[in-house]
Unconditional design. Structure first.
Length: 320
């Protein structure tokens, strides 16, 4: 069997890329170790050298393998600890906090535009939204609202500053309100636990960081997730129908699927790896679908576009 070395090296790169980010989020590797991974850059030169030296020998593949593993380790570490890149650890003259709450009237829009830090978004049972946001004196988040609109935004009036302090944002949205949710996260780490939320639409954009979206118990009409240089983990709900558009570029995307949910995936990948193994998906025309798709009470139809990325679909038993 003849192995395409170029595709083999891309495969190794993507495996290492996704594996490092996954290991970090499973607490198998500490952030302090990953933040030093950039020091491995000389191995890239070593790999290039080996490729030249061994070019006419059976071991010629070793050089490309060393390069693929080294770049995968460095890039995977950057994805995993992205929230710490370009963001200071505070240390400014002081901290400023914003705490607000309110209620919605009718279908409402929630806009989150967050940079540099951590965010936890949950649901509330008291029919009101709540925001607690903390940042440094010069870059504290702002909260604006009306009866059918809420916006939480990291300070950016004077542009991005490297070394700025980190934001810490805690948000809860009412379970009984019909909401259009839009979230953009740059250089951050966010957790969305949206059980019992009623979302007409939910759109998540991630640039260099990580996001975990748990939709268990949530009602979502349309889901959109876009990641660039980041790691995203999504848990779907099995008790409602869903249409989703997922895209990832130079990152990793993992989707956890309840056993009772029928799933159809139309996948467009460019030099990416896709793993549907644990779901035993079968080919149907130009798509892949779970064996129970035609008989399931509820279904998820997903369009996935992956570029130089790693895509995995698990059953919920394989997700943590």
């Amino acid at each position: 069997m003849r192995v395409d070395r170029s595709r083999f090296n891309w495969g190794v790169f993507l495996i290492v890329l996704g594996g490092v980010a996954f290991a970090y989020h499973q607490n198998a590797i500490s952030s302090s170790v990953l933040m030093d991974a950039w020091r491995l850059w000389p191995l890239v030169l070593v790999g290039v050298g080996l490729k030249f030296v061994l070019s006419r020998t059976p071991a010629a593949f070793v050089g490309g393998l060393v390069v693929a593993i080294s770049i995968g380790l460095i890039a995977g570490s950057a994805f995993a600890v992205g929230p710490n890149i370009g963001c200071g650890a505070g240390g400014h003259s002081g901290q400023r906090s914003a705490s607000q709450s309110g209620s919605f009237s009718g279908t409402s829009t929630v806009e989150l535009d967050l940079q540099c830090g951590t965010a936890n978004i949950t649901t509330s049972t008291d029919g009101r939204w709540h925001v607690d946001a903390t940042g440094d004196d010069n870059h504290s988040p702002t909260v604006n609202s009306s009866p059918n609109w809420l916006r939480v935004q990291s300070a950016s009036a004077d542009g991005w500053r490297w070394g700025r302090g980190k934001d810490d944002v805690q948000i809860s949205i009412p379970q009984d309100a019909q909401i259009n949710l839009t979230s953009t996260l740059d250089l951050g780490d966010a957790r969305y636990y949206l059980g019992s939320a009623n979302l007409t639409s939910a759109s998540f954009t991630l640039n260099l960081g990580s996001v975990r979206i748990d939709l268990t118990g949530a009602r979502v009409g349309n889901l959109s997730v876009s990641t660039n240089l980041g790691a995203a983990y999504i848990t779907l709900d099995g008790s409602s129908d869903l249409t989703g558009d997922l895209s990832t570029s130079l990152g990793s995307l993992e989707v956890c699927v309840p056993s009772e949910l029928g799933v159809r995936v139309t996948n467009s990948d460019n030099l990416s790896s896709s793993d549907y193994g644990s779901l035993h998906m079968i080919r149907s025309g130009g798509s892949w679908q779970t064996p129970n798709y035609d008989t399931a009470a509820h279904r998820a139809n997903l369009i996935v576009n992956a570029s130089l990325s790693s895509l995995k679909l698990h059953n919920t038993g394989g997700c943590k």
